[in-house]
Design a protein around this ligand. Structure first.
Ligand code: NAD
Ligand code: G6P
Ligand code: MN
Length: 432
């Protein structure tokens, strides 16, 4: 029987994860799932843990849910460790969103100043988890979902020296699920190739005869249900730019390609409905009210309102593919190893890979066009500086990361935003 340990078990996404495991039980015979949280998440853990147990009890399978605040107990002899924790909870995210916006910069969970500070808070914790894993479950796989997922995965490989890790995101899953219908195809009729970084990848699509259908999809992208996650406002890409690129950018690219419009929208929204974290707090409260219902034993529809919809299709499929050596094509954050020749071989990229018993074997993407190559190299430099600052606690390195981030106009204001974020998040930044 397989033992799963989920760090951040009190997350409202836990039922999504359970649904994915129940669906795959025949190929992934789980025995026990340990949901780990901290004091601050204790109540959420109790509610969602009981809900998770009801989901299994309503299934034909005999799986026990354990809830604990003791990470070591959960990690002991685990086969797979999944991470979905949020350091500082949604209140920390509100600060990541509001403080930059106050100074006229994008305030977002994984991009710009907010994304960098989320990395500063999250990297030290993931490295503690890796050290625990070396002692308690040295053969386990770490399946990371905690954001910024790409940087967190890079930290695990580079500073944790731990290679049995796969970083995940639901954005590529959503694209491959929704785009085929836009051009009247079934998902298994199309071949996808992704490359780039987490929340900064592009993809190309061909049909089963090898004909490039990327532009056909782009033609249909300017409509409502285009596979964009719920948390991103749909400012359309410039058609002229996509014609030159001949690739489909990920949803988050609009923060870079249409920075001005995205900022304008955010500022309007923050003054009316509040930041995304404030909106998500509401959704989360509603979800936990539902989870309290002793009759509820399946994932409620409302969970699809969260940006991470289809999370389990990435996480549970990755675990099943490793366990059963399925060699399924999944888009993962993993060591580059030449798949993206424009970036060093030893850094983490987000690419299409075959996932099996030995982990991810990347599909080579090849060189990127001039513009995208330039973006990628700048963004990877920003990521490496951010992670280095998170690990060393070096202020000067953090300033360099801020200065190179394309969403931060450099100068006095940038430094002020950074200093203010350092003060706001002091409790969660022991390294600085
Ligand atoms: P959440 O606010 O519900 O937090 C999840 C849990 O983590 C909470 O119960 C909290 O108490 C717990 N936690 C905080 N610090 C912890 C620690 N040190 N150890 C153990 N548990 C800890 O968050 P959420 O909205 O469910 O999101 C969880 C994480 O998943 C976030 O980092 C979010 O950014 C990420 N996420 C990733 C993707 C993706 O595509 N990779 C999609 C959605 C969400
Ligand atoms: C998806 C992303 C996540 C992101 C999340 C936010 O777009 O893949 O990485 O951070 O949704 O969703 P939320 O509902 O919390 O705003
Ligand atoms: Mn993501």
């Amino acid at each position: 029987g397989i033992k799963i340990a989920t760090i951040g078990g009190g997350s409202s996404y836990t039922p999504e994860l359970m649904e994915g495991f129940i669906k795959r039980y025949e190929e992934l015979p789980i025995r026990e799932i340990w949901l780990v949280d901290i004091e601050a998440g204790k109540e959420k853990l109790a509610i969602v843990g009981a809900m998770a147990q009801r989901m299994w009890d309503a299934s034909p399978y005999d799986v026990k849910i354990h809830m604990t605040l003791d990470r070591e107990e959960a990690l002991k002899d685990a086969d797979f460790v999944t991470t979905q924790f949020r350091v500082g909870l949604l209140n920390a995210r509100i600060k990541d969103e509001r403080i930059p916006a106050y100074y006229g910069m994008i305030g977002q969970e994984t991009n710009g100043p907010g994304g960098m500070f989320k990395a500063f808070r999250t990297v030290p914790i993931i490295l503690e988890i890796v050290e625990d894993m070396k002692r308690l479950c040295p053969n386990a796989w770490l399946i990371n979902f905690a954001n910024p997922s790409g940087m967190v995965t890079e930290a695990v490989v580079r500073y944790g020296k731990w290679d049995r890790v796969i970083g995940l995101c639901n954005v590529p899953v959503m694209a491959t699920m929704i785009e085929p219908a836009l051009i009247g195809k079934e998902p298994d009729e199309l071949i996808y190739k992704f490359a780039g970084l987490n929340h900064f990848h592009w993809h190309k699509v061909t049909d089963s005869h090898g004909n490039d259908v990327t532009m056909d999809i782009i033609d249909k992208m300017y409509q409502e249900d285009n596979g964009l996650p719920k948390n991103i406002f749909d400012v359309p890409f410039y058609r002229e730019q996509l014609e030159q690129m001949r690739m489909i950018p990920c949803g988050y690219h609009r923060y870079y390609y249409r920075q001005e419009e995205m900022l304008k929208h955010a500022l309007e929204e923050y003054q009316t409905v509040g930041t995304r974290a404030q909106q998500v707090k509401q959704t989360e409260a509603e979800l936990f009210e539902l989870y309290k219902d002793p009759e509820l034993d399946h994932k409620p529809e409302q969970l699809q309102q969260r940006g991470g919809a289809y999370y389990s299709d990435a996480a549970c499929e990755t675990i099943a593919s490793i366990y059963a050596n399925k060699n399924t094509q999944i888009v993962v954050s993993t060591k580059n190893e030449g798949a993206v020749p424009d970036l060093p071989a030893d850094c983490v990229v987000e690419v299409t890979a075959y996932v099996g018993g030995q982990g991810a074997r990347n599909v080579a993407f090849g060189e990127l066009p001039t513009a995208e190559k330039g973006w990628l190299q700048v963004m990877k430099a920003m990521e490496l500086l951010t992670i280095e600052a998170a690990v060393t606690g070096d202020y000067n390195t953090a300033l360099q990361a801020f200065t190179i981030n394309p969403l931060v106009p450099s100068g006095e204001t940038a430094k002020r935003v950074m200093d203010e974020l350092f003060i706001a998040h002091k409790a969660y930044l022991p390294n600085f």
